[in-house]
Design a protein around this ligand. Structure first.
Ligand SMILES: Nc1ncnc2c1ncn2[C@@H]1O[C@H](COP(=O)(O)OP(=O)(O)O)[C@@H](O)[C@H]1O
Ligand SMILES: [Mg+2]
Length: 309
């Protein structure tokens, strides 16, 4: 199988290239030509680097990707950038190779945290939340702390915790933000891999012990029963194909609440791989038609040795 990995300058893209055996990833791309350096850093100069336009310029992106597919004889694309997930899932038929991406509806829902929380409203793991431009709508938080984040965001940019809703500056109360109950507990990410039918085949919850720019650098894998159960439920509510990572944090009573879902491989994936679940390898073997059992993994503390420190 000849694979193209997109967004190789980001942690998820680096991880997929770094965790797959030499030879299977033929090409990698990024919109920033300087990111060629990442392949050198992880010792994978055998992978050919291409610069592609930003996926928001849909036609130019499509042309560039199809040209790589042709030149490199690509069978399968593993995208790792949010805008690209949208472009690939919206019109998968535009690309002349199989794309490992969830359905458009799923991608669109996960990218906007307001759509995601609306989708799971009523589930015990849905955090209390409000999208509003009016302070009085935030009164439901009473005297409790409030966590604010952009509906569409990444890497924790634009997030803030407020002691209570009256401390939030007027200019931050806009419908581009989502206001949530503050979740004080230990944050977890679950690396999830679903089959082509959407069934979760591998779920590895890990505590985020150390993070850097939103990427987990040290983690502790743990079969947290609430998280395993929540992931199963989420995979029944939204259809995921291939990789996803789902973040949770417990409320003051210890009940795990959903923070966000990225329908792609994670930045902290090397931690899960060190624990024994190299999900990119499992995915590629599955796609190649091999009858493979999901990887076994162990609980413990592991470091992210792939992502740049
Ligand atoms: N309701 C919340 N309570 C406390 N912390 C939160 C809450 N939601 C998010 N966070 C913190 O903010 C970080 C970024 O939020 P997240 O929803 O993952 O957005 P993104 O990663 O897209 O920036 C999380 O990793 C978590 O540490
Ligand atoms: Mg996050």
């Amino acid at each position: 199988m000849r694979i193209l990995v997109t967004g190789v300058g980001g942690p998820a893209g680096t991880n997929v290239v770094g965790l797959l055996p030499a030879g299977s990833v033929k090409a990698a791309c990024d919109s920033d030509p300087a990111k060629r350096q990442e392949l050198r850093r992880i010792g994978r100069e055998d992978v050919r680097f291409y610069t592609v336009p930003n996926a928001r310029s849909t036609d130019a992106f499509k042309r560039a990707v199809n040209s790589i597919i042709k030149k490199e004889g690509i069978d399968c694309i593993i995208p790792t950038v949010d805008e690209e997930l949208l472009a690939f899932s919206r019109r998968p038929g535009d690309f002349n190779a199989r794309v490992m991406v969830s359905p458009y509806e799923t991608v669109k829902t996960c990218i906007d945290k307001a759509l995601l929380y609306e989708k799971v409203k009523g589930q015990p793991f849905c955090p209390r939340h409000v999208v509003t431009g009016n302070r009085q709508d935030l009164a439901l938080f009473g005297t409790e702390p409030v966590f604010m984040k952009p509906r569409v965001g990444r890497g924790s940019r634009g997030t803030s915790m407020f002691t209570n809703y009256s401390c939030i500056p007027d200019e931050r109360i806009t419908a581009d933000n989502i206001f949530c109950e503050y979740l004080p507990g230990q944050e977890y990410t679950a690396d999830v891999l679903c089959g082509l039918d959407g069934r979760p085949l591998v779920t590895v919850p890990r505590k985020r012990l150390e993070t850097r720019k939103g990427t987990s650098m040290k983690g502790e894998t743990h079969r947290n029963p609430q998280i395993l159960d929540n992931v199963k439920k989420l995979c029944g509510i939204l259809k995921f194909i291939g990789p996803a990572n789902m973040q949770f944090k417990p409320d003051s009573k210890g009940l795990m609440k959903l923070v966000e879902i990225n329908p792609r491989f994670s930045g902290g994936l090397p931690i899960t791989a060190e624990a024994g679940a190299n999900t990119p390898v499992f995915l590629v073997r599955m796609l190649s038609g091999e009858k493979v059992a999901p990887p076994e993994w162990r609980e413990g503390v592991f470091e992210n040795r792939l992502v740049d420190r």
